[in-house]
Design a protein around this ligand. Sequence first.
Ligand code: NAD
Length: 333
Amino acid sequence: QPVSDMNVQNANEVASQLRDQLNLWRQQYYVADSPTVEDHTYDMAYQRLLDLEAAFPEIVTPDSPTQQVGDVTLPGFSKVTHAIPMLSMGDVFSVGELAEFDQRTKKSLGQDEMSYNCELKIDGLAISLVYENGRFVQGSTRGDGRIGEDITENLRTVASIPMTLPEPLSIEVRGECYMPKVAFAKLNERQEAEGKTPFANPRNAAAGSLRQLDTRVTKARELATFIYYTPDFGALGVTTQSEALKRYEALGFSVNPHAQVCHNMAEIQNYIDEYTTQRESLSYGIDGIVVKVDPVDQQDELGNTVKVPRWEIAYKFPPDEQQTTIREIEWTV
Ligand code: NAD
């Protein structure tokens, strides 16, 4: 039923069913690391809930997944408070909606010319790495955005994370921890050989591998990282996201090489087309691209909503039918 044909009462009923369903799926995905539906199914249900809540703001509840950022924290790991919250990201599913983001951004900034840094959206999980005087002192998961899990010792086993920087910088950097396709295939072969349930996807495998109390298990999982953000921009001495990526690389971090500055929708469309084609041949999973306003002063001017930055957006690839490995649950509401 289209949202426009609904009244508050039936919107509330449907929203309540969606919340229960989404919260169950989130539990399976974030806590148990074993999703029971495809991301696309989750995303469509989530989008439906967003639409209902936008049309009827009075039906929003505090426990709605739209009010919460991603992960959870598990017992067994100590907690880390993120001084600057680790946010989620807005999603779009069509180039048309991406063009709306472009229009909205230009309007907010009051300008016609834009520079966007386009990046691959790596299918892993967000991590935070803290360095004091150039030494790695703490690593954590995003958790609920404000409080994450302390996984410092696990992250010490990840080969691409430098334990010392070439400069005595005190800085927090953030990025994605992921499991390369080859490591994922090997892990699932082992799981099956040992009679254990295979992981549904590399993201869940990476998340499960980081939450090991025995760090030797983490090490054996061959995780990798790409760094793409810092909440301490001042420490870097650069003014754009594209320059920041070069600085992370110079500091010894692993940085994804496929970022590209685009100035308009035609260039962004080319970037999407290129990586839709190249996606299969990359050695890690991607589930879309991320478009980020390149100048940091413009990012600051745009700011954040409670849950997502206004200066970046994810374009998610359409689901690939052939890749569907998880049973799709019949979707009725
Ligand atoms: P998200 O995956 O939509 O996007 C935000 C995340 O993207 C960031 O936190 C970061 O970790 C990651 N990212 C990757 N590359 C990046 C880059 N270059 N720059 C910046 N960030 C980058 O948001 P989320 O809150 O992490 O997860 C929500 C998604 O998880 C949903 O859209 C859904 O697809 C999936 N999910 C699936 C289920 C299920 O049951 N299948 C349940 C819950 C969530």
